[in-house]
Design a protein around this ligand. Sequence first.
Ligand SMILES: NC(=O)c1ccc[n+]([C@@H]2O[C@H](COP(=O)([O-])OP(=O)(O)OC[C@H]3O[C@@H](n4cnc5c(N)ncnc54)[C@H](OP(=O)(O)O)[C@@H]3O)[C@@H](O)[C@H]2O)c1
Length: 260
Amino acid sequence: MAFGPAEIERLVRIELVAALVVFPVLFLVPAPYGRYQRRGFGPLMHARLGWVIMEFPAVVVPVWAFLAAGGAGACGGAAWLLLSLWLLHYTQRTFLFPVLMRGQGGRSPVMTVVLAIVFNCLNGVVNGTSLAWLGLDPARCAAFPPRLLIGVGIFLAGFLVNLHADHVLRTLRAPGEAGYKIPKGGAFRWVSAANYFGELVEWTGFAIAAMTPAAWAFAAFTAANLVPRAWSHHRWYKNTFPDYPASRGGTRHGAPGWPR
Ligand SMILES: NC(=O)c1ccc[n+]([C@@H]2O[C@H](COP(=O)([O-])OP(=O)(O)OC[C@H]3O[C@@H](n4cnc5c(N)ncnc54)[C@H](OP(=O)(O)O)[C@@H]3O)[C@@H](O)[C@H]2O)c1
C-alpha cells in the first residue's frame, strides 16, 4: 500500500496543525517525563523500554513507506543518502540511547509513549514517501545540488552536537546516582538544552537538504516540541541553581536576566 500526493499533502497539514497546537500547550504544560514527571498522566512504564517502543516506528515506517512508494527510482542517490542519515539518527536514538541511559528504575507515562508512536508513524509515512518521490521526479534528478550538500553538513553538525550533549548529560550522574547537576562544555557553554539545540539543527539541515514539505513539517514540529521544553529547562536551571552561569541563554553578567 502506497500513499498518493493528495494523501501525503493532507498528512503534512495534520503534522503542521499538530505543531501549532503542541507549541503553546507545551509552554503551559511541560511533557510529564524526566524532571517534570508528576501524577495525573495515567499509568507509567519502564522508561528505557518506553524509548525503544516509541522510537521503533521511526526506524521501520519510513523505510516501508520509501520502498512502497517506489524506492527512489533511477536517480535516487540523494534520496538514499537522506534515508541513510535518517536511519543514522533513529537507529542511534532507538537502540543505543536507551541502552546508555543512566538509572535503572526510571518510569515514563504510557501516554507519552503512545503519542510518540502515533507521531512517528505519521512522520515516517510522509517523510519516507516524500524521499522516494525525490528520486522519481525527473525535475529533481540533478544529482547533488549545493543546497543538498549544505543541508547534509548542517544535519551532521547538529547530529554531533546532539550526541555530545546527550553524552554530557548522561555522565553528569555517577552510576546509581540521582538528582541534577549543571551541564558544562560543548554547546552547553551557550544554551541550557544543547541536546535539543543539536536536534533542531539536525532536522533543519535535513529540511534544507530534502526541500520537501514533509521534511519542513518535521523541522517545524521538532521546534514546536523542543523549544518550549528547552525554555522550561532553562527556567528550571535558573530557579534551581543560584550559581547557574549567567552567560547561558543570551544573558550576560550585568544585563537583565530571562524571566524566572
Ligand atoms: N525530535 C523530537 O521532537 C524529540 C523529542 C524529545 C526528545 N528528543 C531527543 O531525545 C533525547 C533525550 O531527550 P529528553 O527530553 O529525555 O532530554 P533531557 O530531559 O535533557 O534528559 C536526557 C537525559 O539526561 C538526564 N539529565 C538531563 N539533565 C540532567 C542534569 N542537569 N543532570 C543530570 N542528568 C540530567 C535525564 O535524566 P531524567 O530522565 O532523570 O530527567 C535523561 O536521562 C535528546 O537528544 C532530544 O533531542 C527529540
